[in-house]
Design a protein around this ligand. Structure first.
Ligand code: MG
Length: 251
């Protein structure tokens, strides 16, 4: 009986996945427009205005324990992990904004609960910093009661494992190319978030992920033909630097 129920449930989940339309995630926010910049508060606000599924951002912990948005290990010539927030914020973003704290980013997120925050925890040089970063992020998301508005992604297996343990109800997807969907499922992941190159190398991983009930996200797709190719394969999410183009294709 239990087996039959499990099979029916799997069939239901697979059909829901097949029916769902691909959704748009703005890579580092919606930054490719007037007044915006990658990983800025404005990039989230612009993504909210466009009305897309989610806005992605990159997260690091500073030397004095402040969670900030930044894609690279460095901000200008400063190593984020080894510099205090007071020092880091002296160098403004391209749109004139101060380097955003994750706290200010969450507050902007609260203004539109319909836009998901896709939070990438960067691999830190120091694993102690990375662990602290994960703990702080989960704590803040809980404090603002945003567990259902946030999804986590990371190249760091260590960070992913901690996220799955600390926030079991929040989706966690793996960005790396070295673990197959089946194994990710057994490790407690909710989805895969692979590059175009990874799916080209392992085209069978799309069907494998769907069969496991994992969500599928692909990055970073900026070309119309590639977008259409993944829409046709019914992936759940496409992460792009051109959310307007992708949104237009999905109409
Ligand atoms: Mg990222």
């Amino acid at each position: 009986m239990k087996k039959v129920i499990c099979s029916l449930l799997s069939l239901f989940l697979i059909s829901v996945t097949l029916m769902a339309q691909t959704k748009v995630i703005a890579h580092r926010g919606h930054w490719n427009c007037e007044g915006s910049a990658q990983n800025s508060i404005a990039s989230l606000q612009k993504a909210q205005e466009v009305g897309i599924y989610g806005s992605e951002c990159d997260i690091y912990l500073t030397a004095d324990g402040v969670v900030v948005l930044n894609h690279d290990r460095t901000h200008g010539s400063m190593i984020v992990e080894e510099t205090t927030y007071k020092q880091l914020k002296k160098l403004k973003l391209q749109n004139g904004e101060v380097l955003p704290t994750f706290k200010s980013y969450l507050k902007q997120g609260l203004k539109d609960p319909n836009t998901k925050l896709i939070v990438e925890i960067k691999s830190h040089k120091d694993t102690t910093n990375e662990d602290r970063c994960v703990k702080e992020v989960v704590k803040m998301v809980k404090k603002y009661k945003m567990e259902s508005q946030v999804e986590y992604i990371s190249f760091s297996k260590r960070a992913c494992k901690n996220l799955i343990n600390l926030s079991p109800a929040t989706p966690v997807a793996y960005l790396g190319s070295d673990v197959a969907p089946k194994e990710l499922k057994t490790l407690g992941f909710s989805g895969v978030d692979f590059s175009d190159a990874t799916f080209n190398k392992h085209p069978e991983w799309i069907a494998e992920a769907k069969a496991c009930g994992l969500t599928i996200n692909v990055w970073t797709i900026d070309n119309k033909a590639d977008m259409q190719r993944f829409i046709d394969q019914k992936v759940d999410y496409i992460t792009t630097n051109d959310p307007i183009l992708l949104k237009g294709l999905l109409k």
